[in-house]
Design a protein around this ligand. Sequence first.
Ligand code: PNS
Length: 164
Amino acid sequence: MEKIAICPGSFDPVTNGHIDIVRRASEMFDAVIVVVMTNFAKQTHFSVKKRMEFLIKATEGMKNVRVDCYDGLLAEYAREHGANIIVKGLRAVSDFEYEFQMALTNNKLNPELETVFLTARSDYMYLSSSIVRQVAELGGDISDFVPECIIDEIVEKFRRRTEK
Ligand code: PNS
C-alpha cells in the first residue's frame, strides 16, 4: 500500500527549515502532500495562492511531492486523500506542547492518522516564518533563511511595505 504523508502548515512564508523537513519526508514516504492550511491563532501576511506558489517553486525537483491547500480540518483532508501520516518538524521543547496537542486532536478525529516528528537540523533550530518576516521588514539579509528562488519576491513585498 502506498504510504502518503502530509506536511501541513501555514508556510507564511515557507522557510529553509520547512523545505528540509519536506525533503526528508519525501525520502521516507512514497508521496508527500504539502498542504497550506489555516492556523486560527495566526494572521497571515501572504495569500494562500502566493504561499502555494512559493512552495511549488521551492519543491521543484522533488518528484513525489505535491502542493495543495485546504481550509477545513486536517483530519478530514487526510481521510479524503488516503493519507495516514502527518510529518511535522520539531525545533525545540517549546514546540512540543502545541504539536503534541495537535497530534492527539488529529488522532482523536481520525484514528488512522499518526503524527511523525522530525527534529529540525541544528542550522534551522532558530528559524521561523515570523523571524523571516521581521528580518525582511527591517531590511536584513534573508538569504540563509528561505529558498533562493523566492528571496526576491519576499524582499520586494516588504520593501514596498516599508516605503509606504
Ligand atoms: O505552521 P503552523 O501554523 O504551525 O501549522 C498549524 C496548522 C495549520 C497545521 C494547524 O493549525 C492545522 O492543522 N490547521 C487546520 C485546522 C485543524 O485541523 N485544526 C485541528 C487540529 S489542532
